[in-house]
Design a protein around this ligand. Structure first.
Ligand code: NAP
Length: 238
């Protein structure tokens, strides 16, 4: 059985990826989010608020029977406050870092401790182009995604040094028509000089639908030839 842990499985990209993977009877998916509306015999929902670090620390990965592969997809993410530094709410800074960067680090660490065996593993961090070039008003979001990229690069070095049967990818998924983009379009122009560009993406039909993006993400999971570069983007193949 191929086991998947997918954070943010309830909406957007995470939901589409979960539904796509459920088409294969050799896959079993644990979806981690606060809400859920997926019902399937190969799916189990784990309800966790991933901004709550105590809850994440207490989470225990389950015992897996007949595992042929284990994949962790750190997908859950939020843009957080779209405001310039100096105007941010302290709690929102913290919850955005928690969800986007600290929780993925905790989950990777815990996954490796729990499944300390030779079973093939993949960690797929869903990053963003915003972690690779700055966008005003997205200070914390950009920092968390840049952090996720660097965490992935360091983990890759550790995997190589220890010759582990694991791979790590930090994949930018492109721009997708999800709740996150809807949230971005509602930002105040005074806090975000690029707002018109993001409104145009929607109006011009430039946003990918989450199902098409999920198919590209799934290719990165299944096709080893796409796993050479730790820092990658769906645009490498689309
Ligand atoms: N959309 C884009 O254009 C775009 C571009 C680049 C990168 N990305 C990245 O792609 C990933 C998915 O984004 P999306 O657009 O699909 O977002 P989305 O539609 O807003 O979905 C976000 C998912 O994260 C979960 N989530 C949010 N807060 C959570 C919390 N506190 N605890 C647990 N789960 C939580 C949500 O589940 P619940 O609400 O049920 O908890 C939901 O399933 C993110 O990492 C994002 O940064 C997106």
């Amino acid at each position: 059985m191929n086991y998947y842990f997918i954070t943010g499985s309830s909406k957007g990209l995470g939901r589409s990826l979960t539904e796509l993977l459920l088409n294969d009877e050799n896959n079993f998916i644990y979806g981690i989010s606060r809400t859920n509306n997926i019902n399937h015999e190969q799916f189990q929902h784990l309800k966790i608020d991933l901004t709550d670090l105590d809850a994440v620390k207490q989470f225990q990965f389950p015992e897996l029977k007949n595992a042929t592969s284990i994949t962790l997809v750190n997908n859950a993410g939020i843009v957080g406050d779209i405001k310039y530094l100096g105007n941010l709410d302290c709690d929102k800074i913290i919850s955005t870092y928690n969800l986007n960067l600290i929780t993925p680090t905790l989950l990777i660490n815990q996954l490796l401790k729990t499944y300390n065996n030779g079973v093939k593993k993949l960690v797929l961090n869903i990053s963003s182009g915003a972690g690779r070039s700055p966008i005003d008003g997205w200070n914390v979001y950009c920092a968390t995604k840049a952090g996720l990229d660097m965490l992935s690069l360091v983990f890759k070095e550790e995997i190589k040094n220890k010759n582990l049967n694991i791979n790590i990818l930090s994949l930018a998924p492109g721009i997708i028509d999800t709740g996150m983009q809807e949230f971005i379009r509602k930002a105040d122009e005074a806090n975000f000089s690029n707002i018109e560009r993001f409104i145009e993406y929607k109006n011009n039909g430039d946003l990918a639908d989450p199902i098409s993006t999920a198919k590209l993400v799934a290719k990165f999971i299944s096709d080893k030839t796409l796993q050479g570069n730790t820092i990658c983007s769906v645009r490498d193949i689309s």
